[in-house]
Ligand binder design. Structure first.
Ligand code: ADP
Length: 607
């Protein structure tokens, strides 16, 4: 029930109670007052009548007219009763009928008058349908000294007065009720209006609408105080929410910028939040709040570890390997969130150590490969030296052969060590790029100058087919080294009488022939807006099988180990090229068809 209706009902109940009590009280008071008033009157009159009768009466017979006269004159019923209770005279009864009247001895007012000199009594008369008040006194002056004179009066007027007063009370009550209803309704609205305003105000605050006007709830002091208090509360809530929002956005910014996947759970292990990296890593697209970690991470160990941390409050570390599209390794660290000495939740951080593991593996492979590569020439050199020491020196022909072998393998060792040093220098970044703008032609001529003798030995022709006046931005020494490696390979893997072209290519879309093309320059060009040129070394050599094309840039990877070694290859040439291009932010690519030839290209930014 609404407040103002309650208030109206309360007022109404109080009013009805007050009016009913007033009505009851007045009813009694009027009755008491009227009875006492009539009794006093009758007492005065009966005393007067006693004197009158004592003075005037000589005989008993003479009393009848006198009693009648008293009754008529005073407007009451006068009755004279003798000592035996018989009525001697009655102003309202014919003298001839007096003998039929009952004996009055037992009437209370008569017996009281006899004993105490006076008495009164109130009785209901069925005949008259009203109450009658009787007042009697002893009249010892007449008759045998035991006579009693009684006056009586019906209390009809009292009923009339009571009716009038009742009417007045009803009218006043009805009016009062109407007025009270109106007043109660008005005051209740007056009180409930500000309360409704305050409710609206608080609801607005609760739903986050904090910027509305100041609350004015009323003119009374208490309501004004309430309004001020609520307004203060709104301002404080606004400030706090502002602070919380700021903190939240800071936290979100921090969490977003962190490259590790982070997952926060509450005390029951349900997810509170996860950062973008987490969502990306575990392919989450729906809302994650309220879900269990296992639903998203799909790894029992992680779920168990989170539960353990939430139970014990201890940090837990574990390794996680995921193999969705590719294998990835994580160091998972779960720490408790402690709040006032109790565990309020957990934070799980997934450190992606895939790259670390890969590098570790590469390092191990590298060490194994290097040792392997070094072993053969060293063993050969050692073998030759021992044989020479054991007497082969005397055999001139044999010793020349062994020294030649030692020389060849020492060259191989030298090449290997040089290549390894180059590779590690470029890879470690210890070699700062000395970029500048260089004419492409000059760089090509310088490299071709070094390679031509080798090509000549194998009767290979080199044709330069390069766009005129092209300037490129690069570290020319490194790019020349990369070009040298490509040309060196072209010479090595092209049979005699073959042909080598050095050419440039514009980035015009070419047919998408997935079978024999990899890392095409057009795709690379699309990645940035810088104008690029591709410098290509094309040969009519043995070509690279499709299955090996992706791997030939790896260290020590060779399609045909025997052939490579025979050619003095180290298996590091293309790896060095790739690292040089990576250091430039550029790419090396290959297009090849086995048995027909290969095209290796370098992308370079035009100056
Ligand atoms: P290597 O010292 O063995 O030449 P590289 O890293 O330079 O090592 O090349 C890796 C492998 O790629 C070579 O062993 C060879 O099988 C292949 N390769 C490189 N260039 C060519 C080419 N022009 N024609 C055919 N195969 C090539």
């Amino acid at each position: 029930m609404r407040l103002h209706w309650k208030w109206v009902l309360a007022c109404l109940s109080v009013l009805i109670l007050v009016l009913a009590s007033a009505h009851l009280y007045l009813d009694h008071a009027i009755r008491d007052f009227w009875i006492s008033h009539v009794e006093q009157r009758l007492l005065r009159e009966v005393r007067f009548a006693r004197v009158y009768l004592s003075d005037m009466a000589n005989t008993d017979e003479g009393l009848v007219p006198l009693v009648n006269e008293v009754g008529v004159r005073l407007g009451v019923r006068a009755t004279l009763i003798n000592g035996q209770g018989r009525v001697l005279a009655d102003s309202e009864t014919d003298p001839s009928d007096l003998s039929a009247l009952e004996n009055h001895t037992d009437h209370p007012e008569i017996s009281a008058a006899r004993q105490q000199g006076r008495g009164s009594s109130l009785r209901y008369s069925n005949t008259l349908d009203t109450e009658i008040l009787y007042v009697a006194i002893a009249v010892p002056e007449i008759g045998d000294g035991h006579y009693v004179l009684r006056l009586s009066l019906p209390l009809r007027d009292m009923g009339h007065i009571k009716q009038l007063i009742s009417q007045a009370i009803w009218i006043v009550s009805t009016l009062g009720l109407c007025l009270t209803l109106l007043l109660a309704y008005a005051t209740s609205r007056y009180i409930s209006r500000p309360i409704l305003d305050a409710i609206w105000f608080v609801r607005n605050i609760a739903s986050g609408r904090l910027k509305h006007r100041t609350l004015r709830v009323g003119s009374t002091r208490e309501l004004r105080d309430l309004g001020t208090a609520l307004d203060d509360m709104r301002r404080q809530v606004q400030t706090h929410i502002g602070q919380i929002t700021l903190e939240k956005s800071r936290l979100e910014a921090v969490l977003t910028s962190i490259t590790e996947a982070i997952l926060v759970t509450d005390q029951s292990g349900r997810i509170l939040m996860g950062n973008q990296t987490f969502e990306k890593l575990f392919g989450v697209s729906d809302a994650i709040e309220g879900r269990m970690p296992i639903e998203l991470v799909r790894h029992r160990d992680v779920q168990n570890a989170i539960e353990q941390t939430l139970k014990t409050g201890q940090a837990v570390f574990l390794d996680l390997t995921r193999s969705d599209d590719r294998e990835r390794h994580f160091d998972v660290q779960i720490a408790p969130i402690l709040q006032d000495d109790h565990i309020a939740g957990s934070v799980t951080i997934f450190y992606d150590i895939t790259e670390l593991r890969r590098l570790e593996r590469i390092r191990k492979d590298f060490v194994a490969n290097v040792s392997h590569e070094l072993r053969t020439p060293l063993t050969t050199i050692k073998g030759c030296a021992s044989t020479l020491a054991d007497g082969a020196l005397d055999d001139r022909e044999a010793s020349q052969r062994f020294v030649k072998m030692i020389n060849t393998h020492a060259d191989r060792l030298h090449n290997l060590v040089e290549d390894i040093l180059d590779l590690s220098r470029i890879e470690s970044g210890a070699l700062p790029l000395e970029t500048g703008v260089y004419p492409l032609h000059e760089m090509i001529n310088s490299v071709v100058g070094q390679i031509r003798p080798l090509a000549k030995e194998k009767t290979l022709t080199i044709e330069i087919n390069v766009k005129e006046n092209v300037q490129v931005q690069c570290d020319h020494k490194l790019i020349e080294q990369a070009l040298f490696n490509l040309l060196d390979n072209a010479v090595k893997y092209t049979p005699e009488e073959g042909k080598i072209w050095i050419q440039t290519r514009d980035f015009k879309p070419v047919e998408n022939d997935r079978e024999n093309r990899r890392n095409r320059p057009e795709e690379i060009e699309n990645q940035t807006r810088t104008r690029r040129i591709a410098l290509e070394v094309k040969d009519t050599g043995i070509g690279v099988p499709l299955s090996d094309m992706d791997r030939i840039f790896e260290r020590f990877y060779r399609v045909d180990k025997g052939r490579s070694r025979a050619m003095g290859g180290t298996g590091l040439g293309l790896s060095i090229v790739r690292h040089i291009m990576d250091a430039h932010g550029e790419r090396v690519y290959v297009e090849s068809e086995q048995g027909k030839g290969s095209t290796f290209g370098l992308t370079l930014p035009e100056a």
